[in-house]
Write a protein that binds this ligand. Structure first.
Ligand code: A2R
Length: 327
C-alpha cells in the first residue's frame, strides 16, 4: 500500500473539520489561505497531485499553477461548472459528495417550506420579544401547506427524498426535469412553465448550470400565481432574483423561502425587508452529522485515488471522459 504521507494535497487553510482532519492526518497537506497561486510554496508546485476544495471560479488560476494535479475532491454535491469543466478539460478527475446529504437537504427543504408558509421564525420572535404577554396572540399565518399542490423542479437524488416527504403530508407531487423518471407516481411536465401552471408551490432542486441559470424567471413566477410559494434549496443562479423581488412586491406570487442566493453571502436588502420571505444562509446540508459524512467522502475520494487508483464518486462529466481511474 502506498505511503500517503509522500503524496502532496493542496487544501484551503480553513476547511471543513472532518475533511481537514483526515487529509492532515493521511497526506502531506499543503495549506493556502485563499485561492491565490502565489501562496503555493515553490517547492510544492510540481509535486502536488491532489486537491480538496469547495470549487468556485476563483480556483481556476490555482488549478493552472499545478502541472501534476490528478484529482480535485470537491466538498458538496453541487459543483461549479466553470472550474470543474476547466479541470476535466485538462484531464483532471473531479469528485463530489452525492447521496450522503440527500435526507438532510430534503429535511431543510421541508423546514424552509413550512417556515415560509407558517412564519414560525416570526412567531418565535414574538415570544422572545415578550409580545405574547404584552400585546397578545400572534396573527394566524395567511398561508398554509393544507390543500397545496407541490411541483419539484428536478427529481434526482435529493428531489426524490423531498417528494417522499411531500407524499407524507398527503399532497400531490408534480415535477419537471429534462427526462421523465420511470417508476415514480408523480405527474411529469416537459416544461417548467407547464409545471408551474399546474402547481401553487415550487421547490427548486436542480444543479446550478448554464442551462438552469435564471430558469425561474418572471414568466415562471407569473404562472405560479398569486397564491404561489417558491422554495429554492438548489443554487442561487437558478432564480432570477430581480424578477423574484418584483413578483413578491407586486403580489405576482405570495411568498418565497430561500436557502441560496445569486451572490452569496450577499443577500439583497429587498428580500430581507419583506415579511413574505424566509431566508437561511445556505444550510441545506448544514448539520454537523451530514457535514462530517461529506468530509469523509472528500477524504475517501483522495485516499481511494492514491491507494487503489480510482475515485469513489467522480462527477458524471469526469466519468464520461474516462477520468474516474488513474492512468
Ligand atoms: O434533466 P434531468 O433528466 O437530467 O434531471 C435532473 C434535473 N436537471 C434538470 N431539469 C431541467 N432542466 C435542466 N437543465 C436540468 N438539469 C438537471 O435535476 C435531475 O432530476 C435533477 C438533478 O438530480 P441529481 O443529479 O441527482 O442531483 P442531486 O443530488 O439531487 O442534487 C441537486 C442539486 C445539486 O446539484 C446542488 O446544486 C443542490 O441540489 O444541492
Amino acid at each position: 500500500m502506498k505511503d500517503l504521507k509522500s503524496v502532496s494535497v493542496l487544501m484551503p487553510a480553513r476547511f471543513y473539520d472532518r475533511a481537514a482532519e483526515r487529509i492532515l492526518d493521511a497526506f502531506d497537506a499543503v495549506l493556502i489561505d485563499r485561492p491565490d497561486p502565489a501562496l503555493i510554496p515553490a517547492d510544492k508546485r510540481e509535486t502536488i497531485t491532489g486537491m480538496a476544495a469547495l470549487l468556485n471560479p476563483d480556483w481556476v488560476p490555482v488549478i493552472e499553477a499545478l502541472p501534476s494535479l490528478e484529482i480535485i475532491s470537491n466538498f458538496g454535491v453541487g459543483y461549479h461548472p466553470v472550474p470543474s469543466l476547466h479541470a476535466i478539460g485538462k484531464g483532471i478527475c473531479v469528485t463530489h459528495t452525492p447521496d450522503v446529504l440527500n435526507e438532510e437537504v430534503a429535511d431543510t427543504a421541508i423546514g424552509v417550506l413550512l417556515n415560509t408558509l407558517r412564519r414560525f421564525d416570526q412567531a418565535g420572535q414574538w415570544v422572545r420579544d415578550g409580545k405574547w404577554e404584552t400585546v397578545g396572540n400572534f396573527t394566524p399565518s395567511p398561508l398554509t401547506l393544507r390543500g397545496r399542490t407541490v411541483g419539484l423542479f428536478g427529481l434526482g437524488r435529493i428531489g426524490k427524498a423531498i417528494a417522499r416527504r411531500i407524499e407524507g403530508f398527503g399532497l400531490p407531487v408534480h415535477y419537471h426535469a429534462r427526462r421523465r423518471v420511470e417508476d415514480v407516481p408523480y405527474e411529469y411536465h416537459p416544461t417548467l412553465t407547464g409545471l408551474t401552471e399546474a402547481v401553487d408551490t415550487l421547490i427548486c432542486i436542480v444543479p446550478g448550470t448554464p442551462e438552469t441559470r435564471h430558469a425561474v424567471n418572471a414568466g415562471v413566477l407569473e404562472a405560479l400565481g398569486p397564491d404561489g410559494v417558491l422554495v429554492n434549496v438548489a443554487r442561487g443562479s437558478v432564480v432570477d432574483e430581480k424578477a423574484l423581488i418584483a413578483a413578491l412586491r407586486n403580489g405576482t406570487i405570495a411568498a418565497a423561502g430561500l436557502d441560496v442566493f445569486e451572490d452569496e453571502p450577499y443577500v439583497p436588502a429587498d428580500l430581507m425587508e419583506m415579511e413574505n420571505t424566509f431566508l437561511t444562509p445556505h444550510i441545506g446540508s448544514g448539520s454537523a452529522h451530514t457535514r462530517a459524512a461529506m468530509g469523509d467522502l472528500v477524504a475517501d475520494n483522495l485516499v481511494s485515488w492514491f491507494e487503489k487508483g480510482e475515485a469513489v464518486t467522480p462527477v458524471p462529466e469526469a466519468k464520461k471522459k474516462g477520468l474516474a481511474k488513474r492512468p
